[in-house]
Design a protein around this ligand. Sequence first.
Ligand code: NDP
Length: 451
Amino acid sequence: MAEYDYDLFVIGAGSGGVRAARLAASFGARVAVAEERQLGGTCVNLGCIPKKLLVYASSFREELEEMVEGYGWSVGEPRFDWRRLSENRDREILRLNGVYAGLLESAGVRHIDGRATLVDPHTVAVGNERFTTRYILVATGSRPFLPSEIAGIEHAITSDEAFHLSELPRRVIVIGGGYIAVEFTCIFHGLGAEVVQLYRGPLFLRGFDDDARAHLAEEMCKRGIDLRFGLVPKRIEAVGRGVRAVLNDDSTLEADCILYATGRVPKSSDMGLAEIGVNLADNGAVVVDGQSRSSVPSVYAIGDVTDRKNLTPVAIHEGVCLANTLFNDRPMRPDHSYVPAAVFSQPPLGTVGLTESEARQKHPEIDIYRSSFRALKQTLTSSEGRTLMKLVVDRESDRVLGLHMVGPEAGEIVQGFAVAIKAGLTKSQFDATIGIHPTAAEEFVTMREPV
Ligand code: NDP
């Protein structure tokens, strides 16, 4: 291997790139990582972590206004300070950037600050320097997509800017019906803004279980969020310090800001990929095989830039598989089945496995177990919220194919059950499991009759 400067040159120090780099180094590879921005990628700097901190911040209002009084507490008028939250969050992100730097250093991975481009299948350039390498790993992630055909789209912001607003907007329009749109709608609403969320289809969160989608929509409406389906802006205009959106039904909406969360696109342009023969899909995704190898044998790609399942833990898993395959003599293929996920809405939605409609397409007979209830914690409060839990079961094998939940702590609860679903456990094994009482999660092991 000594004919190259490095055994592995990673482009992009996000979750996937850093994990692959550290693990490869632990297997004895000489590894460098180039990053043009802060260490940690989207997850740490402009995604999962700051988003979840905002979710926590925004959830306190409901607790204070609806929950605590019934339990005997009296609190004064709640006041929220966006700047203080932003400063605290930025400090935490800076700390995490430092943690990532420390992790790379202690693993013996060289961190190169700058934008990397591919010169040939074994050479990477950063600034004026060139590095030769046996393998190149593209882990550059994705960026928000904005539909450029909408007149006035330059007045819109994306999630990138939403994190860094100088003040909390009083009125917000959110466009889109995916994870980011739903999460930011709930965040801004929880922090006290008036929010209208517009989605072009009949019901948001396409691809999630239909009962879960409908239940979440209902819960969000109960909380006072203005959800409007079948609507999109056809034009956006600046008015004063705010915006006006003219919609496809010719109605208009005014707000202090309009947030587009209409998907993300792989970051693969202007880095020499196509020039050296790496095949890219129409949306720019690096096309890879089951071992994350591109059409150029020395170039691999993982994470959002490959547009497989765009989730941080999946990118990390892909990085682990790759490092084992290349440097540990242990070929591993990333497994994208039964990946659990959560939308950190309020209430959150957790899911693993097949939706009811996916299961109906793949299995001749399925049983559905469904329960909707008011959680114990809410009984002494004015909260009207209800929790939904649902199991999708293959009647022939008794295997639980899918598990879905909308309600407090759905992400935490579904993460636990995801092990059982991934392991292929049956409904009888769920039934044989004793519940922990009183919890909401026990409902998943006490659902007796299919609906
Ligand atoms: P998604 O792909 O999840 O959703 C995009 C949404 O925008 C869809 O509702 C889509 O509608 C709509 N849309 C697309 N194009 C247009 C358009 N031109 N005009 C109007 N609406 C449009 O993307 P997100 O941006 O929400 O998130 C990106 C990815 O990031 C997610 O897929 C997920 O993998 C990841 N993520 C995960 C999170 C988590 O795990 N909690 C949190 C945030 C992001 P339609 O359904 O009709 O296509």
